[in-house]
Design a protein around this ligand. Structure first.
Ligand code: FAD
Length: 337
């Protein structure tokens, strides 16, 4: 697909979605591009049913509901999207950029906002033979999208951090059986969660399988019938589970963005000028988790504020002939074309 627009937004997580809204409020056209098949970034892909407690004016809101609200807010602008497409390359200069996706789309834009979070993220997969065939049927999953889908299941959860412990505690109410496998006998989770885990273990609601590591999977045609685990001494146990949830963190890789000359610092971050969110490439801006500057907090609310600042900084690039008068939304309403 060929698209010509004012602003190309790479990443449709909460920061990218709100940036699209802020562009709309300034009458800038934009396109949203995301490697995932649906918008929402980490909120939708990783924790849609978890409540978030630090979104201003929402004492608690589930991550999926937050994204649904962002979508409702953005709806009047009918922003085009390229979903399931990873942006591979960025070329050109301020006022005339060209982006290409892995599906062969070409986007011409006057400015670019990179809202790529932790990059086109993916889970760290345990190196188990044949695991792919169980992923495609949902027998092995890396994120809990719908807690209900585990009702009556026999679930092995692997990992020693907050996600593993929190999901073990949550799924014990719906699953027929929950094993929690960790290679050490100590877990790294919030003290309150650890107390709850100990109590659940004592009551037989969760079986801690420690110190064990994942060793293999049994089953056929994507139907899981068992998970084998082993100690470092080679002692093997088979757990007759039909679901495996490995929580070994996320592989955060900026992927192709690391080659765009944005002076990516340590890890996967793009340094920006805090007052404009502009990167070292004039006309290219970065917001949300991917952007860094002194005092940066990786919080959704910070991404929202950065989205507003970046859109205002971009306006003179796209409309050099028009002075931008700062206005409240209460004054101008939602300027739908
Ligand atoms: P993301 O949400 O990471 O979205 C980035 C998007 O960019 C992704 O969809 C990705 O596919 C896409 N992308 C990347 N590279 C490309 C490319 N080359 N081409 C196309 N698309 C690309 N924050 C809070 O404020 N409060 C909380 O309570 C909170 N709890 C959390 C709990 C969990 C379990 C997790 C994992 C995170 C939590 N966070 C919380 C953090 C919050 O989710 C992030 O700060 C937020 O998602 C960052 O938004 P973003 O839009 O910058 O990036």
């Amino acid at each position: 697909m060929q698209i010509e627009t004012d602003v190309a937004i790479v990443g449709a997580g909460p920061a990218g979605l709100f940036a699209a809204f802020e562009c709309g409020m300034l009458r800038l056209e934009c396109v949203l591009i995301d490697a995932l098949s649906e918008a929402g970034g980490q909120c939708v892909a990783l924790y849609p049913e978890k409540p978030i407690y630090d979104i201003p004016a929402h004492p608690a809101i589930e991550a999926g509901d937050l994204v649904a609200s962002l979508e409702r807010q953005l709806a009047p602008f009918a922003v085009p999207r390229l979903l399931g497409r990873r942006v591979e390359s960025l070329s050109g200069l301020r006022g005339a950029f060209r982006l290409r996706t892995d599906a062969g789309d070409e986007v011409a834009a006057k400015a670019v906002i990179i809202a790529a979070g932790a990059g086109a993220f993916g889970p760290n997969r345990p190196p188990l033979e044949g695991i792919e065939s169980f992923e495609s049927t949902g027998a092995v999953q890396y994120f809990v999208r719908r807690r209900e889908s585990f009702r009556g299941r026999r679930v092995v959860i692997a990992g020693g951090g907050d996600s593993a412990v929190d999901w073990a505690l949550s799924l014990r109410d719906v699953a027929a059986k929950v094993w929690l496998v960790h290679r050490r006998d100590r877990f790294r989770a919030a003290p309150e969660s650890l107390d709850r885990l100990d109590r659940a273990h004592a009551r037989g609601e969760i079986e801690k399988v420690v110190p064990y590591q994942l060793h293999g999977l049994t089953g056929e045609n994507g139907v899981l019938s068992g998970v084998t685990v082993a100690t470092l001494d080679g002692e093997i146990r088979t757990l007759d589970a039909d679901r495996l949830l490995p929580f070994f963190g996320l592989a955060t890789d900026l992927g192709p963005i690391a080659n765009w000359g944005l002076q990516t610092g340590l890890h996967t971050l793009i340094p920006v000028t805090p007052s404009t969110l502009e990167t070292t490439l004039p006309g290219v801006f970065a917001i949300g988790d991917v952007a860094t500057y002194p005092g940066k907090l990786k919080l959704i609310l910070q991404g929202f504020s950065e989205a507003a600042m970046a859109a205002h900084a971009i306006h003179p690039i796209v409309r050099p002939e028009q002075a931008l008068h700062f206005e409240y939304s209460t004054t101008k309403g939602v300027p739908v074309a």
